[in-house]
Design a protein around this ligand. Structure first.
Ligand code: F0G
Length: 363
C-alpha cells in the first residue's frame, strides 16, 4: 500500500486512535489514522500542590503533544475522518492552538488548511506554527466567537470541512485524555480541574470518564471543576460576554460552543465553574514553572490558579486525588510569560570567570 505508514510494533505509543480505537465512536473500521503520535502525555506528580492540599495532585501535561497542546487529540480524529470522507480543505476558527494543530495535521493529511483568527489576539508561537505548516490565515476584526460563526457558515456553503469542536469527532479524540489518566492512576481521580474556553475539553473529559466508569474500567467519576478568566466567564455568570478580554488569549471566548455539554458535565459530576483574574492566572503560571518544572501558557494555568484560589477560600482537597490538565506549552506565548519579569535586567559581564562568579554572588 503506497502512501500508508508501515506497521511497526516496537512498544512505543502509537497515537491515540490506534491505542484506543475500540472506545472511540464515529471511526469507520477501514479508516486510516492521520497521526503525529499524539496523546500518551505524562501525568506528572506535583509535590508542590500535593503538599499544599494534603492530597495527591497530578498534572496532565498536554503541552507534550506534537503541536504543544491538547488540540492534537481531537485533530487526529477530525482530520482522519475529513480525509476519509474525501475533503480537500479544512477550516477552523481559533484562539491559536486549534489553528496550529489543524495546520500540522492538514499538512500530514495533504489537505488545505484555512484558519480564521481574531486580529492581533493570537500568541506569536501559535501564529508561527500555522504559517510554517502552510495554512492560509484570515485575520478577522472581531473575536473568536465571530470567527466561529464565520467558519461554520463557510463550511455549510463551500467545500471545506469544519474541524472546530462542534465537529463531534473532535470530542471523541479529546476524551482519550480521561482514559489515559484512569489507566495511569488505576482509577479516576476524585477531582478534575481544567481551564474552560469554548468548553469542548471539559465536555470531552466528562464523556471519557463516564464511558470508563460504565465499562467498569474505573470505579468512580470525578467532580469536574472548570476555570475561566474574569473577563471571559460566561459559564460562571450564565450569560455570554459580547467583548471577552483576558491576557490568557486561548480562553478569550464569550459564547462557548459546547455551553450545554459543559454545564451538564459540571452538574452531573457535582462540580462547578469559577473565574480568576489575569494576575491570579499569570502568577500561577510562574509558580508552577518554578515549583514543578512545568512551563505552560497563560490559559493553561487557569486550573492551577483555580486550585490555589479555592484553597485560599478554605476549600479542602485533603486526602483526595486531583488531576489538573495543563492544556498547552509555555513556549507558545513567551511574550506574556516574560511580562511577569519586567523588572529583572539581565546581568552582562566580560568573558571572565571571576566576573561571572562575582555577579552570581559566589565570591
Ligand atoms: N487551554 C488552551 C491552551 C486552549 O488553547 C484552549 C482552547 C483551552 C484551554 C480551552 O479549551 O475551548 O475546549 O474549553 N483553545 C481553542 C483554540 C479555543 O482555538 O485553540 P476549550
Amino acid at each position: 500500500m503506497s502512501g500508508s505508514s508501515p506497521t511497526v510494533a516496537n512498544g512505543q505509543w502509537r497515537g491515540l486512535i490506534e491505542e484506543y480505537r475500540d472506545l472511540i465512536d464515529l471511526l469507520p473500521d477501514d479508516l486510516e489514522a492521520v497521526t503525529l503520535r499524539e496523546g500518551g502525555t505524562p501525568l506528572v506528580h506535583s509535590e508542590w500542590l500535593s503538599s499544599l492540599t494534603g492530597g495527591q495532585v497530578w498534572l496532565k501535561v498536554e503541552g507534550n503533544n506534537p503541536t504543544g497542546s491538547f488540540k492534537d487529540r481531537g485533530m487526529t480524529t477530525a482530520m482522519s475522518l475529513a480525509k476519509y470522507e474525501g475533503a480537500q480543505a479544512v477550516v477552523c476558527a481559533s484562539t491559536g492552538n486549534t489553528s496550529a494543530s489543524m495546520a500540522a495535521y492538514a499538512a500530514k493529511a495533504g489537505l488545505k488548511p484555512l484558519v480564521l483568527v481574531p486580529e492581533g489576539k493570537i500568541a506569536a508561537g501559535k501564529m508561527a506554527q500555522a504559517v510554517v505548516h502552510g495554512a492560509q490565515i484570515i485575520m478577522v476584526r472581531g473575536n473568536f466567537d465571530h470567527c466561529l460563526t464565520m467558519a461554520k457558515e463557510l463550511a455549510s456553503n463551500y467545500p471545506v470541512a469544519l474541524v472546530n469542536s462542534v465537529n463531534p469527532a473532535r470530542l471523541q479524540g479529546q476524551k482519550t485524555a480521561a482514559f489515559e489518566i484512569c489507566d495511569f492512576l488505576g482509577d479516576a481521580p476524585d477531582y478534575h480541574l481544567l481551564p474552560v474556553g469554548n468548553a469542548g475539553n471539559i465536555s470531552a473529559y466528562w464523556m471519557g470518564y463516564v464511558q470508563y466508569a460504565a465499562l467498569g474500567r474505573s470505579s468512580r467519576r470525578p467532580v469536574m471543576r472548570g476555570f475561566q478568566a474574569d473577563g471571559a466567564a460566561p459559564l460562571v455568570t450564565g450569560v455570554p460576554f459580547p467583548d471577552p478580554e483576558t491576557k490568557a488569549t486561548a480562553i478569550r471566548i464569550g459564547n462557548p460552543a459546547s455551553w450545554q455539554l459543559a454545564v451538564a458535565a459540571a452538574s452531573e459530576s457535582g462540580g462547578r465553574f469559577a473565574a480568576l483574574s489575569d494576575p491570579q492566572i499569570l502568577a500561577a503560571q510562574v509558580e508552577l514553572a518554578k515549583h514543578d518544572g512545568v512551563f505552560v501558557e497563560p490559559a493553561s494555568a487557569a486550573g492551577i490558579a483555580g486550585l490555589l484560589s479555592e484553597l485560599a477560600a478554605g476549600e479542602s482537597y485533603a486526602g483526595k486525588t486531583v488531576a489538573i490538565t495543563v492544556t498547552g506549552h509555555g513556549l507558545k506565548d513567551t511574550a506574556t510569560a516574560l511580562e511577569s519579569f519586567s523588572d529583572i535586567v539581565d546581568t552582562v559581564v566580560d568573558a571572565d570567570v571571576d566576573a561571572a562568579a562575582a555577579a552570581a554572588g559566589l565570591i
